[in-house]
Design a protein around this ligand. Structure first.
Ligand code: SAH
Ligand code: SF4
Ligand code: F3S
Length: 433
């Protein structure tokens, strides 16, 4: 068999795309994966372009890969940066053999055999739905429920790299979930840029028109499926029906991602997010009142153009009120083909760095308090990873990572665990059964 080295950057959608490419190459071209670049016959980088840094890193990394690779090994650039830079990549790095956009990963085997192919069409193509069942974890199945994004957040490049939003037909999703459960997975993880906007547009009128809540109900009927997770829901689409289903459906994990972006209603307007600070807090209140055990994670951008000290204070205010379990926080990064790249009221770079530090230290304080209060609690943990030093780790329903002493016999199993020690990113416990 030939050897494939694949590096996956970016979000869970890219991870799923990589699984699909690995499966296609295995089936059609006899490849198996390797972690050693030097022995690879094919090197793939599945890229992310959501911020500028990973894009500039790409070209230095390509240079290194080109030096280290076997003489006749091919290099392919896939994913979101491939979508937005296209043939520019081959211009800047002429040794790259092909460029394959985020929406075209099903064509991996085709482009492999065409030197200098650039396949970056973001228009809808039915082959996008036909993802292979291969998964890197036997315990959890990532399943796409929609492609692309129809929003126009002014900072975001994703709609340009992944195209229009198209929902995958209900029966295909349910069948894929059923197959993954038949293959041993007890958890599914639904993926889309706006999962709770599911049903917005199907590829043709024959597909049953249903919404995300309906999809969740259908999926939870699958026997032996124990846990359902999803990302990302959009705060704008968190209606009462959705929150009630989330709270009342025992198979849905009580961990919600609520991407805030900013706590200032003025900045949210400039970002065109479609909700205000008050709406966001109202949704959190509804969620916490119906589901007190919920843990909430978020994404925050600091120093969006025009963000004043007072606007930033509003973000800190939301942080204090919601007390997110997890935050993914970034300095605003201007992106090509977005509206905000033309905004001139740029925030000073030192102020931006200071704000990020302030935000992250506030979060660390909150997290330390949340973690400390977990001591002695008993959680059901689904074990997925074998760590060093004879530890096995997994997640609680509400997404805390917990490790216990144990062997691979625990993998794929649920156990009740009592928390006995606290770390910042991982809790330690003992099995209580
Ligand atoms: N569809 C998801 C987001 C996908 S992008 C949603 O709406 O929540 C993942 C995260 O990257 C975003 O939530 C945002 O916080 C961050 N991001 C996107 N564009 C960015 C930019 N130009 N600068 C900094 N962070 C950005
Ligand atoms: Fe980007 Fe907004 Fe779409 Fe999320 S909802 S992918 S932030 S445009
Ligand atoms: Fe990055 Fe594309 Fe995901 S830009 S965050 S890999 S959708």
């Amino acid at each position: 068999m030939k050897k494939l080295f694949i590096e996956t950057l970016g979000c869970a959608m890219n991870s799923r795309d990589s699984e699909h490419m690995i499966a296609e190459l295995r089936e059609k071209d006899d490849y198996e994966t390797t972690t050693k670049l030097e022995e690879a016959d094919l090197i793939l980088i599945n890229t992310c372009s959501v911020r500028e840094k990973p894009v500039s890193k790409l070209f230095s990394e390509l240079g290194v890969f080109n030096k280290k690779k076997k003489e006749d090994a091919k290099i392919g650039v896939c994913g979101c940066t491939a979508s937005h830079l296209g043939k520019e990549i081959i211009k800047r790095a002429p040794y790259v053999n092909f460029v394959l956009g985020a929406r075209n990963v099903s064509k991996i085997s085709e482009v492999l055999h065409k030197d200098k192919a650039v396949e970056i069409d973001i228009n809808y193509d039915e082959s996008e739905f036909a993802f292979k069942d291969f998964r890197s974890s036997p315990f959890k199945a990532y399943i796409n429920i929609s492609m692309g994004c129809d929003k126009s957040c002014t900072y975001c490049i994703v709609p340009k790299t992944r195209g229009e939003e198209v929902s995958i037909p209900l029966n295909l999703i349910v069948n894929e979930a059923q197959r993954s459960v038949d293959n041993g997975a007890k958890e599914i993880f639904l993926l889309g840029q706006n999962v709770n906007n599911y049903g917005r547009r199907f590829s043709n009128d024959d597909h049953k028109k249903v919404n995300f809540t309906y999809l969740l109900r259908e999926l939870s009927k699958i026997d032996n499926l124990e846990r359902i997770r999803f990302t990302s829901p959009h705060p704008f689409h968190m209606d009462d029906e959705f929150i009630e289903e989330f709270a009342n459906n025992p198979k849905i994990c009580k961990s919600m991602h609520m991407p805030l972006q900013s706590g200032s209603s003025k900045v949210l307007r400039d970002m065109k997010r479609g909700y205000s600070k008050e709406w966001f807090l109202n949704r959190v209140e509804k969620l916490k009142s119906m589901c007190p055990e919920v843990s909430i994670s978020t994404d925050i951008i600091v120093a969006f153009p025009g963000e004043s000290d007072e606007d930033f204070e509003e973000t800190l205010d939301v942080m204090r009120k919601v007390r997110f379990e997890q935050i993914f926080s970034f300095k605003y990064s201007p992106r090509p083909e977005t509206e905000a790249q033309h905004y001139t009221n740029v925030v000073d770079a030192d102020v931006a760095s200071q704000r990020l530090t302030t935000l992250q230290s506030l979060h660390t304080e909150i997290l330390d308090e949340i973690n400390a209060s977990q001591m002695g609690k008993i959680y059901k943990v689904y074990f997925e990873d074998l760590n060093q030093d004879m530890y096995v780790s997994g997640r609680t329903d509400n997404n805390f990572v917990v490790k216990v002493k144990g062997s691979d016999e625990l993998l794929g199993q649920f156990r009740d665990v009592k928390i006995t020690a606290i770390g910042r990113t991982i809790l330690t416990g003992e099995i209580v059964e």
